[in-house]
Design a protein around this ligand. Structure first.
Ligand code: PLP
Length: 360
C-alpha cells in the first residue's frame, strides 16, 4: 500500500487514522455483526453513532444550546436554494459576492426574492475580499449571505461583517473545522463535508433557533423545510448514515489532537511554508492579495499555461495529484486541508524549487 499526497480541493484527503478505524470496523461495527452501511438508521446502535457525532461536534466547536445541528444531503449546492426558500420572509437579502460559489448562491436566491449584492470582488477577478467594515446592510434584509473561504480563487475572510440584528448566513464548506468558530456571530453556518470533514454526501448545518422558527413565505415540500429536519434530529428520512459515521470519526480525531486551536496553528504553519516560497519565487506567482489568502486552498501560477502543464506533468513522478487549478480559473492550486501532513507541503515546495531551478 502506498498513500500519495493528494492536493484535491474536494473530495479530499482524510486522516489516515480515521480510514484505518473505518477499515477495522468495516465488517463488524462494535460487535453488531454488521457494517455501519448496513444498519437501519432507526436502530439503537445507529442512533448512538449520530448522537455521538453531534455531541463531539458541539464539544469541538463550542456550539451554544440555542443552535441546532443538522446532517443533510444535497451538498452545499442544495443550500443555495433552501436558504432563500426557508428564510426570505420579507423577500430580500444582502449577498457578498466573492467568487464562483457566491455567484451560484445569488443565482438561486434570485428565484425566490430580491437579491442585493452589497459588495463584489468581481472587478478584480476575485483576487481580494471586500472590506467588511465599509459594508452597508438593508435593515429589512432577511439575512446577509457570505462564503468564508473561496475554494476556487483561494481567498478567505479574516474578519466577519457585523450585521447587527440581521442574521449572517455563511458557507464554510472549505474551511469548516480548520480553525475555531465563534458560532454566535452567525444565524446559519453550513458546510459540505467532502472538503475538510468527511466523505461527499453529508452537509452539516448549524442553525440558530430563532431563524429556524421563521415561517417560510410558502409551505415547502418536506425535504426542503429545515424545521422538519430539526424536529426529527436529521432523521425525517434516511440520513447519509455512513458519511455521518466517518464525520464522527474525524471529530474524534480532531478532539484527540488538540481541537480547533491546534488545527489552526498547524494550518497556519503549513500555509506559511507555501506562501513564503511563493512570495520569493521568480517563477511562481500567488493569485490572491496577501491579506486575503486562504490557508486551505493555495492558488498560484507560472508565467504560461504551457509551463503550468509541464509542472503538472512533472508532479506525477513525486506522486502529487490534483494540483491543477479549477477549470474556470486555470493555473495551479494546492488544497492543504486538515488531513494534509506538513511533510506533504514540504515535499511540494521542494519540487517547486527544483522546477524553478530547471526553468531559470
Ligand atoms: C465545494 C463547494 C461548494 C459546493 O459543494 P457541493 O457539495 O458540490 O454542492 C459550495 N461552496 C463552497 C465554498 C465549496 O467549496
Amino acid at each position: 500500500m502506498s498513500r500519495i499526497y493528494n492536493f484535491s480541493a474536494g473530495p479530499a484527503m482524510l486522516p489516515e487514522e480515521v480510514l484505518k478505524t473505518a477499515a477495522a470496523e468495516m465488517l463488524d461495527y462494535h460487535g453488531s455483526g454488521m457494517s455501519v452501511m448496513e444498519m437501519s438508521h432507526r436502530s439503537k446502535v445507529y442512533q448512538g453513532i449520530i448522537d455521538e457525532a453531534e455531541a463531539d461536534l458541539r464539544k469541538l466547536i463550542g456550539i451554544p444550546e440555542n443552535y441546532k445541528v443538522l446532517f443533510l444531503q444535497g451538498g452545499a449546492t442544495l443550500q443555495f436554494a433552501l436558504i432563500p426558500m426557508n428564510f426570505m420572509v420579507n423577500g430580500k437579502a444582502d449577498y457578498i459576492n466573492t467568487g464562483v460559489w457566491t455567484k451560484k448562491a445569488i443565482k438561486d436566491a434570485k428565484l425566490f426574492g430580491e437579491v442585493n449584492v452589497i459588495a463584489s470582488g468581481e472587478a478584480n477577478n476575485f483576487k481580494s475580499i471586500p472590506d467588511v467594515k465599509s459594508l452597508k446592510f438593508d435593515k429589512d434584509a432577511d439575512y446577509v449571505y457570505m462564503c468564508d473561504n473561496n475554494t476556487i480563487f483561494g481567498s478567505k475572510f479574516k474578519e466577519y461583517p457585523d450585521t447587527g440584528d440581521i442574521p449572517l448566513v455563511c458557507d464554510m464548506s472549505s474551511c469548516f473545522l480548520s480553525e475555531p468558530i465563534d458560532v454566535k456571530k452567525f444565524g446559519l453556518i453550513y458546510a459540505g463535508a467532502q472538503k475538510n470533514v468527511g466523505p461527499a454526501g453529508v452537509t452539516i448545518l448549524i442553525i440558530r433557533d430563532d431563524l429556524l422558527a421563521r415561517t417560510p413565505r410558502n409551505p415547502l415540500p418536506a425535504y426542503l423545510d429545515y424545521r422538519l429536519h430539526a424536529e426529527n434530529g436529521s432523521m425525517y428520512n434516511t440520513p447519509p448514515t455512513y458519511g455521518i459515521y466517518i464525520c464522527g470519526l474525524v471529530f474524534k480525531w480532531l478532539l484527540a489532537n488538540g481541537g480547533l486551536e491546534a488545527r489552526k496553528k498547524a494550518n497556519e504553519e503549513k500555509a506559511a511554508i507555501l506562501y513564503d516560497y511563493l512570495d520569493h519565487s521568480k517563477l511562481f506567482t500567488p493569485y490572491v492579495d496577501k491579506k486575503d489568502r486562504s490557508l486551505m486552498n493555495v492558488t498560484f501560477r507560472t508565467p504560461s499555461d504551457e509551463l503550468d502543464a509541464e509542472f503538472l506533468e512533472g508532479a506525477k513522478k513525486y506522486k502529487f495529484t490534483n494540483l491543477k487549478g479549477h477549470r474556470l480559473t486555470g493555473g495551479l492550486r494546492a488544497s492543504i486541508y486538515n488531513a494534509m501532513p506538513i511533510d506533504g507541503v514540504k515535499a511540494l515546495v521542494a519540487y517547486m524549487k527544483e522546477f524553478e531551478e530547471a526553468h531559470k
